[in-house]
Design a protein around this ligand. Structure first.
Ligand code: F6R
Length: 617
């Protein structure tokens, strides 16, 4: 969590930094701050709350509405930070950037300094602190080691640190220099023409450059106007590759939508195609995901698949389980990262582990990757953010190509995770027992999904009316069976995250074992009852719900007139093959959660207490 931005070049840095913070606001939005190096003087401005508050403060300052000429923020080198509080409350003092006693060293930090108390004691009482954060101690530690060489001082300080960091540091006496370092918290350096951009991810620099360098753990970059040099903590030079990213600036814009979440829901028909394009072979009825990095023989030896993920990604993984078992006949488990890492999982060199993550930085998923690798499994990533830690630490895998997802609540990444998992299941299936005809049928059906998604999206206004009618209920129950059970879980997850309404999801067959006790007229039930092998079972469960007078909202297949007898409200979705239903059935639930949250006045893109990229345990 927390977002870092930096700029060094010829341009006025402030707008670049503030716009960069806006791009990273999904990483934290408790408070924000910026520091600029202006003619040998470091100037800082911080503010509690959203980036808008900081921007207002800065424009007041620069417009001379408050302060005089000396307070104006101007300069071609600067760093900025948006915070998701861990140590120390949400106050201006605790917002980054932080300075040392002299005010000459300034830094922004993402991560946790675990031994900050010990370091503070060791530094002694001569150091004066202005915040309760663990991060500020780093500024004083660098001050302690500083003897004229900023990089060496940062290196010496970081050798003393236990914990994680993405870090940017400036010094008033080194006007054309930013030091950047990473261990456990991502940092990307954008390489422009005589200028450098730094970000927790690549989105702040998309408007300026597509050339990036991903720092690895334990690396420290000395960035000056003359160029960038990278070292490890032992001060050995590390040669870095400049990579090209294919994300577009436009993809990170609202493009007329009121919120990123709505835009990203409407992006789905397009980005879904990006996940599939070039990866399927209609003639052979199979998929080719090159990143798997396994020979046919190795693939045949796999006797178990484990899908590891958190949150929404774990619900996509549950869909993947059905696909792997049905198409490839491989026993498949789903584990959330935070559980896998601590339960001494049984994994061996016949196990294929997929780590599924939008951000590629989720600490629990990453720890699970490391544990599975230690135990000798094949570990592959299914990741959205290019160059992210999970993408680099796995021995192969596939990017889901959803483009930047900026709303905290995931939508299009879920769709593309499901798509890639289906392709993997198909590829394994075809190398084992799956018939050519079935493989081809799946691919034909996949080819129709994008247009079918559009048919559902066209019902957004209708779903908004539904949200208007139901927005004041305090509880919701989502029901699904088979492949639609994970869809119910994800639909319920969306509603909780952004509307703050309590909701639960159950496999409908479980109702009679306890959950029926909740049913009452003030407890609406949302059922996913599309035409598949469990349709009759699902419809019996809904009969039971009706008998107990809960209002019923049903997602059903187009043309299912009979379902109207069971429901107070109906949303129709186009029919598809059962395995592909999650790609469609989630969309009305995303829209229902979105419209409900908007109508309740929630901050849809930045729900309370959450951050998009959870880089702490
Ligand atoms: C849901 C959501 C979270 C994430 C979870 C995993 O809308 O945003 O539940 O799905 O934190 O994040 P990634 O996929 O980045 O590993």
């Amino acid at each position: 969590m927390c977002g870092i931005v930096g700029y060094l070049g010829q341009k006025e840095s402030l707008p670049i930094l503030v716009n960069g913070l806006r791009r990273l606001e999904y990483r934290g939005y408790d408070s924000a701050g910026v520091a600029i190096l202006d003619k040998g003087i470091i100037k800082k401005v911080k503010s509690v709350g959203k980036i808008d508050n900081l921007a207002e403060k800065l424009s007041a300052l620069n417009g001379c509405a408050s302060g005089g000429k000396d307070n104006k923020m101007s300069g071609t080198a600067g760093i900025a930070h948006t915070r998701w509080a861990t140590h120390g409350g949400v106050t201006e003092e605790n917002a980054h950037p932080h300075t040392d006693c002299s005010g000459k060293i300034v830094l922004a930090h993402n991560g946790i300094i675990e031994n900050y108390r010990e370091l503070k004691i060791e530094l002694g009482e001569t150091h004066k602190y202005t915040s309760q954060t663990d991060s500020e101690v780093l500024a004083h530690l660098i001050e302690h080691y500083y003897k004229g060489d900023l990089r060496q001082a940062v290196q010496s300080a970081l050798r003393r640190v236990r914990g994680t960091y993405g870090l940017v540091v400036m010094h008033a006496d080194h006007p054309d220099m930013i030091i950047a370092a990473r261990l456990g918290s991502p940092l990307v350096v954008g390489v422009g023409d005589g200028e450098f951009f730094i970000g927790s991810d690549a989105t702040p620099m998309l408007a300026y450059t597509k050339k990036v360098v991903f720092l690895e753990d334990g690396e420290i970059a000395e960035i000056t106007l003359a160029g960038m040099q990278t070292f490890n903590l032992r001060n050995q030079n590390v040669i870095k590759k400049v990579e090209e990213i294919d994300w577009d600036e436009a993809q990170a814009e609202l493009q007329g939508f009121p919120h990123f979440m709505l835009k990203e829901i409407f992006d789905q028909p397009v980005v879904f195609k990006d996940a599939v394009r070039g990866r399927v072979d209609q003639e052979e009825g199979t998929a080719h995901l090159g990143g798997l990095n396994m020979s046919e023989a190795q693939m045949r030896e796999i006797n178990r698949v484990i899908l590891i993920a958190c949150g929404t990604a774990s619900y996509a993984a549950m869909v993947g389980k059905y696909a792997f078992e049905r198409l490839a006949g491989i026993p498949t488990e789903v584990d959330v990262g935070s559980e896998f890492r601590y339960r001494d999982p049984i994994v061996d060199n016949h196990t294929l582990v997929f780590a599924i993550s939008q951000s590629g930085e989720t600490a629990d998923t990453l720890a699970a990757v490391r544990e599975a690798k230690r135990k000798g499994a094949f570990v592959r990533g299914i990741v959205n953010v290019v160059g992210s830690t999970i993408a680099r630490e796995t021995d192969g895998g596939t990017y889901i190509h959803a483009g930047p997802e900026l709303a905290v609540a995931s939508s299009k990444a879920y769709i593309n995770m499901v798509a890639v998992l289906l392709l993997y299941a198909l590829q394994f299936g075809r190398s084992r027992r799956l018939s050519l005809a079935t493989g081809q049928r799946i691919l034909t059906a996949l080819g129709e999904i994008s247009e079918k998604m559009k048919i559902i999206l066209a019902q957004s206004e209708k779903i908004k009316k539904l949200a208007e009618k139901y927005k004041n209920y305090q509880n919701f129950l989502y029901l699904g069976r088979g492949i639609n059970y994970p869809v119910a879980l994800e639909g319920s997850h969306k509603l909780k995250e952004i509307s703050y309404i309590h909701s639960e999801a159950y496999p409908a067959g479980e109702m009679k074992h306890g959950v029926n006790a909740l049913l009452a007229p003030d407890f609406p039930v949302i059922g996913i009852m599309t035409k598949n092998q469990l349709y009759e079972k699902m419809s019996s469960s809904i009969e039971e719900v009706r008998a107990r007078k809960s209002p019923v909202i049903l997602i059903v297949s187009e043309g299912d007139i009979k379902a109207q007898e069971l429901a107070d409200e109906i949303i129709y979705v186009p029919e598809t093959m059962e395995l592909l239903e999650p790609l469609l059935n989630i969309i009305p639930l995303q829209l229902f959660a979105y419209h409900t949250a908007v109508l309740l006045g929630r901050d849809v893109d930045r729900p309370r207490n959450l951050a998009k990229s959870v880089t702490v345990e």
